[in-house]
Design a protein around this ligand. Sequence first.
Ligand SMILES: [Zn+2]
Length: 310
Amino acid sequence: MYIAKHLIQTTVSGDTSLITSFHYENGSGSKVYLQGNLHGPEIFGTALLIKLIEYLKENPIIAGTLTVVPQANPFGVQSQMYGLIYGRWNPQTGNNWNRIFSKQEGDGVESVLARTLISLAKDHEVVLDIHTSGAETIPYVFTSKEASDVLYPLGGECHILYDESDYYGAFDETMWKCGKESGKKVSAATWEASSHMTLDEKDLDARFKDLLYFLSSLGMLNKEEDMSLSYPKLFSMKQAQYLFSSQAGYLTWTKSVGEVIQTGETYANIYEPWSGEMKHLYAKSPLILLSKGTLQAVSSGQEIGNIIVL
Ligand SMILES: [Zn+2]
């Protein structure tokens, strides 16, 4: 095992922003790349991968190559204000940190970050980018149709499948596309593993079990106890949509994440400060509530969650 440091930026005061990668190898076998915390508020992946690094000290990989980048973006997590981490976008450019991977040329810091992560991940057959979703979520996965079977042991109730027409410069899609262009199968995915800005030990333990099971399914770790997994429901990218509030006010949820909500069913209450009344939000068509947004005081038209439109 070895650890490598990668310089991303020297700041005006002379400090450096680095990425740290952990490298494991034991003969031939699967080549797996794991990263976390590309988006600032999505700190869960980092803690999960540190758990893995600790675990590997006592339980080394039995076959293959594993690269782990617990914190893929030194800037996002440091964008903090009044108890919030808001680093989903680069404050200098307004660009989403997970839409920077289509442009890898030049001296811009986004290109340097994109090049560094892509060069660390390339030559791996399985690429997993660990993210989080909203204030509360079910675990779910974005991946390609061909990779869905490989990702199945990771758990997750839904797989949202993309194809070439869905490309928008996200990390996993870029690694999948690079693989396709060079004639190699790369099973790449974004794993929405927990919720934003929270580290819950119970949740960490549950997802860690999923991760170990996944790595053992790739022949990288000793076989874990069999888990009874049900096959995820498969959806297209077009079905994965944001949920916008049709009304303004203070919002409380009346449905749970993972629930199917039928047309006409109430899923949230809205408290209007100007009328003194409580109103409801109804489903306009059948949907699955994937995650609830963090904002509970909303204007009409604001994003309040992630859904699958059925
Ligand atoms: Zn994210």
